[in-house]
Design a protein around this ligand. Structure first.
Ligand SMILES: CC(C)(COP(=O)(O)OP(=O)(O)OC[C@H]1O[C@@H](n2cnc3c(N)ncnc32)[C@H](O)[C@@H]1OP(=O)(O)O)[C@@H](O)C(=O)NCCC(=O)NCCS
Length: 247
């Protein structure tokens, strides 16, 4: 994987994801003491696995990018729980997980937020309950105009983009998602570069694979030095495989 050239006045965003296949052993060996303590405190084994995998993913990818060992990276948390790199303020990153998938966005020259969702994790009934809490009036009208069979997916496309923006800002759902108004046309997959409030760039798409569950993803970026150059990488299991297997 090519490292970002340091000092260039070009904003760059890398996207990585990892599918946690059944039976994959994930070790905490490369995590900090605070991360190990947090991993041990999860009541759900699946939630602990996702947390550990996320930290392994960002430590491996960012460590490789800046030329330091994964375990040497210091990751701090803002008061709202957003992880960041206090020693590398030119690099921002964000993580998201759903079921057995972890995704990472790493950004040089700006701020980034990412969200992934697995469409079949949210039922039609749940969508109807959540929708008025997430969408503004115009977006609700847009959904009502859709054929019923498309509404679930259209709602999720709004959801992932809004959550990516909220995570980019750093306060998550402490901010009201209804305050972020997306254009109906922004539901087009793989759109990018729409001028947009505090998030200047949004990318959105879906991943389908025969061996892993499908998922929707969105990445929002703000405070960019320039229009970002995007790099989307395939599943990085092979790159960080050694870290995952460490006992
Ligand atoms: C941020 C938030 C949207 C994440 O929701 P989620 O359903 O867990 O969604 P995702 O899987 O997409 O994201 C989780 C990851 O987002 C990152 N994250 C956590 N807080 C964040 C924040 N305030 N802003 C941006 N990213 C954040 C973390 O990397 C986290 O994964 P990790 O804990 O395994 O490292 C949600 O927790 C929220 O709205 N939080 C509000 C802030 C808050 O309540 N903080 C309390 C802790 S101090």
């Amino acid at each position: 994987m090519p490292a970002f050239p340091k000092g260039e006045e070009i904003a760059q965003i890398e996207l990585h994801s990892l599918h946690l296949r059944d039976g994959l052993h994930i070790s905490t060996a490369l995590l900090s003491d605070a991360e190990k303590a947090r991993a041990a405190a999860f009541r759900s084994r699946d939630a602990a696995r996702l947390f550990i995998a996320g930290r392994l993913l960002c430590r491996s990818i960012i460590g490789n990018m800046i030329g330091c060992a994964p375990q040497a990276l210091t990751i701090s948390l803002t008061p709202h729980g957003r992880p960041y790199l206090p020693d590398h303020t030119d690099i921002d990153f964000n993580l998201s997980h759903t079921k057995n998938r972890v995704a990472l966005a790493v950004c040089r020259g700006g701020r980034v937020g990412i969200d992934i969702e697995q469409p079949d994790r949210i039922s039609e009934t749940e969508v109807l309950e959540i929708m008025p809490l997430i969408l503004c009036e115009r977006e609700l009208d847009d959904i009502q105009r859709q054929p019923p069979e498309q509404r679930h997916r259209t709602f999720l496309s709004y959801w992932v983009r809004k959550e990516a923006v909220l995570k980019c800002r750093g306060r998550g759902f402490l901010d009201d998602p209804r305050g972020i108004a997306l254009e109906p046309a922004d539901t087009t997959e793989n759109m990018s570069n729409r001028a947009f409030d505090a998030a200047n760039f949004i990318r959105f798409g879906s991943c389908r694979s025969e061996n892993a569950p499908n998922f929707l993803w969105a990445v929002a970026a703000s405070q960019m030095l320039s229009e970002p150059v995007w790099q989307q990488h395939p599943d990085v299991g092979s790159l960080i495989g050694d870290c995952l297997k460490l006992k």
